[in-house]
Design a protein around this ligand. Structure first.
Ligand SMILES: CC(C)(COP(=O)(O)OP(=O)(O)OC[C@H]1O[C@@H](n2cnc3c(N)ncnc32)[C@H](O)[C@@H]1OP(=O)(O)O)[C@@H](O)C(=O)NCCC(=O)NCCS
Length: 183
């Protein structure tokens, strides 16, 4: 499936807000800083962080045939060269069709196109098997689990930490291009 990456626009919020139907689905997607229903003011505030030459955040939309079908953010620590992939979502209408792969590959390429970044990490709840499968397929490596790290209603969830280092990304990219990598 062809997916076009472009910066998030304010108008994308109206699409995104319909992808989540309750508190648990919002927390699964975005962690506990975000509540249901989604708040346009919170998105406007995040959009402000995308400004400037060394922004603190990127917000990306994935378009399929002109429709917003995916969303992701990257939190950028330029000083330490660490980026955090966050708030990855595919529209319910497109889930299970492997859209996350081509979309996130472009987001990952964009991170490592910046020389400053050597590590791309992410947090994902351990029950989120679809997300973990997608991240593993992209080359992310599981580093550990923060057990019982959040409380959602009466439940407690475990958070897995996954990361992709620049050298691992280079190997994946070279093998996709058919090049030989000399370590
Ligand atoms: C996680 C998410 C982004 C994956 O996007 P997607 O395009 O639907 O992913 P894919 O179609 O590539 O499927 C990913 C993998 O999960 C598997 N999968 C899909 N739906 C599944 C389900 N309901 N249960 C278990 N596995 C599932 C697929 O078979 C695939 O595994 P494989 O690559 O080993 O075959 C999407 O499901 C989503 O938006 N979920 C809600 C928000 C969310 O949880 N975001 C992640 C926050 S960390």
């Amino acid at each position: 499936m062809t997916v076009l990456l472009r910066p998030y626009l304010t108008s994308d919020f109206e699409v995104l807000r319909n992808w989540f139907s309750d508190e648990a689905s919002v927390v699964q997607w975005a962690g506990q800083d975000m509540r249901f229903p989604l708040d346009p003011a919170q998105f406007a505030q995040m959009q402000q962080e995308t400004e400037g030459a060394a922004p603190g955040r990127w917000m990306c939309s994935g378009l399929v045939g002109g429709t917003v079908a995916a969303h992701a953010q990257v939190v950028l620590d330029w000083q330490h060269g660490v980026a955090r992939l966050a708030r990855v979502a595919v529209s319910p209408a497109y889930r299970g069709k492997r859209l996350a792969q081509p979309f996130l590959r472009q987001v990952i390429d964009r991170v490592f196109a910046q020389e400053a970044f050597v590590r791309l990490e992410l947090n994902v709840y351990t029950f989120n098997t679809a997300a973990i499968a997608a991240y593993r397929r992209l080359g992310f490596v599981e580093e550990g689990v923060r057990r019982s790290s959040v409380k959602v209603g009466e439940e407690r969830w475990d958070t897995a930490i996954l990361a992709l280092l620049r050298e691992e990304y280079n190997v994946i990219r070279a093998s996709a291009a058919g090049d030989v990598v000399v370590p």
